[in-house]
Design a protein around this ligand. Structure first.
Ligand code: ME8
Length: 655
């Protein structure tokens, strides 16, 4: 019997900056689903790639003095390296600069034109350059800015081609409200109210303002709108209207397109409309997840608030990173990334939960039976509840994965991990091991545990593909023991199974030490990213400056700012960040601790005059007393101390 096909896609990413944890989320999520489906016996096509055209790329390349293709080639390499590092097992990688794709986009455009769904007109309206989108007045935000990125829009007028979106409004509304195309469904209403109810306007689908795109084959000077180019990747990569591949009939319609909420509108409205116009079937599901935010903001290349996945992977292993991001993000909601939550999660679920379960079980099998379990057994009614929880986890995981609910699937599997650890506490194998006549019971307990670990680790293998095979090695499971059909039953491991004690699977992490180190790395990265910004992006950040609420002159008068001179400085023990400064403040001297050690060495500071906040309540930092604070500025290059001209005497009041 031939296998059932399953087709899943990530968005194709803009290679305009380095990939980050946000990109990782969608790709790891799709990879996990693809691996799960392969385990279930599906014939899987997992597609990812890069979206390489458009004004933004053209501008960035020009800034760097290279061609757009040279510019994207370098970044595409970084995406591919990251996917390799994160064990992303994609089946196909599409680049929109691939010849076959360009050719397909031209054919699709021409076909829509021939059918009368694309027509030539003139566009005049509000245009957002960074988003490459025209907006109607009713769509602009409350400040008259772009509803997507909230930056100012400009009036623009050009001869352009239009796609008759309006013809599909009714069908799209039905798709969103009456089917389960969009997951989660709660987002459908938002789209219908914001975009369809006010009247779905025809979409401007060509540009003459830049060159770096797919040329309209029958009208020189026009390039195809990047979103028509980009969305078409999902079918061109299968061989639709081209000979590069031959899988369209097998895999289309896609089972799942997964995207974040920022591009939901394009996938929930424009893409179905194009497919309707081409008269081909619609994808079965669009799974929309939220953003991974960092310090409350969407992670972004230009803000530099990105956590480098390579660094995290090196420190904790990429399986742990995969687990953490998947476990945190519920379909539809945002999830805030925090080093602290990540490390605590790795410690609690992976080191204490799963790792400990495997280590304890294997160690006991080794200790009490020399590694090989004997054949004689003694069951207990207690075993049944334990087994039923594990088998229930299997059933619930299967159900959650059917609905692309990865977080929920992982929660279900970890219920079984917790139950298994509890089973150890209930059965107290260390007591059974002391008593020769209880050895048969002990053998039963350990066998049940090993078999539960077999089921649990197999269910987890799509999410953590590196470590789970190590568990199979340790519990003596063969490849045949972990096939999907064997995960709904107990009693699969050989009766006389032999365990092999191995390495610690997830070492416990020292939370305080790691958090400090990670914060240092991130601060450095952010400073570096900011210094690499284009002038436009710097402007973008400037717009983001939000002042604290106004204060009166009396409020200000409460702050005593005095000139002081740094007499000596030394690093605070066990801290990479803190310097302890001895100051001449004109009042007998004082000690201040300052978080500038990454940016200044003591010799840079000694003899310099600074501004001291002299009446700040004393605090202890890393056990060292600090009597006040010195003023410093946050700059794109990191923290800079505000030095005072040497002619101003120590102790002078600043106001
Ligand atoms: O939009 N949190 O490309 P893109 C979660 N080329 N997911 C995130 C994220 C974050 N902070 N940041 C990025 C484009 N993503 C278009 C797509 S598809 C035909 C064309 C993920 O590089 C998420 O999947 O800006 C989001 O939808 C996608 O990257 C946007 O990537």
């Amino acid at each position: 019997m031939s296998k059932k096909p399953f087709y899943i896609t990530t968005p194709i990413y803009y290679p305009s900056g380095n990939p980050h944890i946000g990109h990782c989320y969608t790709t790891v999520a799709c990879d996990s689903i693809a691996r799960f489906k392969r385990m279930q016996g599906y014939d899987v096509m997992f597609l990812t790639g890069t979206d390489e055209h458009g004004l933004k790329i053209e501008q960035k390349a020009a800034e760097k003095g290279v061609t757009p293709k040279e510019f994207v080639d370098g970044i595409v390499e970084k995406f591919k390296n990251l996917w390799k590092y994160m064990n992303i097992d994609y089946d196909r990688y599409i680049r929109t600069t691939d010849d076959y794709h360009i050719d397909t986009v031209q054919k699709i455009f021409k076909s829509l034109y021939d059918k009368g769904y694309i027509y030539k007109g003139e566009y005049s309206g509000k245009y957002c350059t960074p988003c490459e989108s025209f907006w109607t007045d009713s769509q602009l935000d409350e400040n008259g800015c772009c509803p997507e990125c909230h930056r100012p829009v400009a009036f623009a007028k050009e001869e352009a081609y239009f796609f008759k979106m309006s013809s599909f409004a009714e069908r799209i509304e039905k798709l969103l409200t009456e089917t389960d195309y969009l997951r989660p469904k709660t987002r459908a209403l938002e789209l219908v109210n914001n975009f369809i109810k006010p009247g779905l306007e025809d979409l401007c689908v060509s540009r003459t303002t830049f060159k770096w795109g797919v040329p309209v084959s029958f009208d020189e000077g026009h390039v195809v709108y990047v979103w028509i180019d980009a969305l078409s990747n999902y079918i061109s990569a299968l061989g639709y209207m081209n000979d590069a591949y031959n899988d369209y009939d097998k895999f289309w319609p896609a089972d799942v397109h997964m995207v974040a909420k920022d591009i939901m509108r394009f996938h929930a409205i424009i893409w179905p409309a194009i497919l309707m116009a081409l008269d081909i079937p619609l994808p079965k599901h669009l799974a929309v997840h939220g953003w991974i935010t960092f310090n409350g903001e969407k992670m972004s290349k230009s803000l530099g608030n990105v956590v480098d996945p390579f660094i995290l992977g090196e420190r904790y292993g990429c399986d742990a990173i995969r687990y953490h991001i998947l476990r945190e993000m519920a379909l539809g909601a945002d999830s805030s990334f925090s080093n602290e939550i990540m490390i605590n999660r790795i410690n609690s679920d992976l080191a204490n939960g799963l790792g400990n379960l495997v280590a304890r079980t294997v160690t006991m099998a080794d200790k009490y039976f020399g590694g090989t379990l004997p054949s004689d057994r003694e069951a207990d009614p207690l075993d049944e509840n334990f087994k039923s929880v594990v088998l229930n986890a299997f059933a619930e995981t299967e159900k959650a994965m059917e609905e692309t609910k990865i977080k929920q699937a992982l929660e279900e599997i970890f219920k079984a991990v917790d139950r298994a650890n509890k089973y150890i506490d209930e059965t107290e194998p260390w007591k059974l091991g002391k008593d020769e006549i209880k050895k048969n019971r002990l053998a039963s307990v350990l066998y049940n545990l090993l078999d539960a670990i077999r089921i649990i680790s197999a269910l987890l293998s799509p999410f953590m593909p590196v470590v789970m095979p190590k568990i199979w090695e340790q519990i003596g499971a063969s490849e045949n023991d972990v096939t999907y059909d064997k995960l709904s039953v107990f009693g699969v491991l050989p009766k006389n199974v032999t365990v092999h004690k191995g390495e610690i699977l997830f070492p416990r992490i020292d939370v305080d030490k790691e958090i400090e180190e990670l914060n240092n790395i991130i601060q450095k990265n952010m400073a570096e990213a900011k210094s690499n910004l284009s002038s436009e992006e710097k402007g973008e950040i400037a717009e983001k400056i939000e002042l604290a609420p106004e204060i009166s002159i009396d409020d200000f008068a409460k702050i005593e700012i005095r000139v002081a001179k740094i007499k000596s400085a030394e690093k605070v023990k066990k801290s990479d960040k803190l310097l302890c400064l001895q100051l001449d403040d004109g009042m007998g001297g004082r000690q201040v601790v300052s978080g500038i050690a990454q940016y200044y060495s003591p010799e840079d500071l000694i003899g310099k005059k600074i501004q001291l906040i002299a009446n700040l309540k004393p605090v202890k930092l890393r056990g060292v007393e600090s009597l006040g604070m010195i003023c410093a500025a946050d700059t794109p290059d990191g923290i800079k101390v505000v030095f005072v001209d040497d002619s101003i005497p120590v102790g002078s009041k600043i106001r």
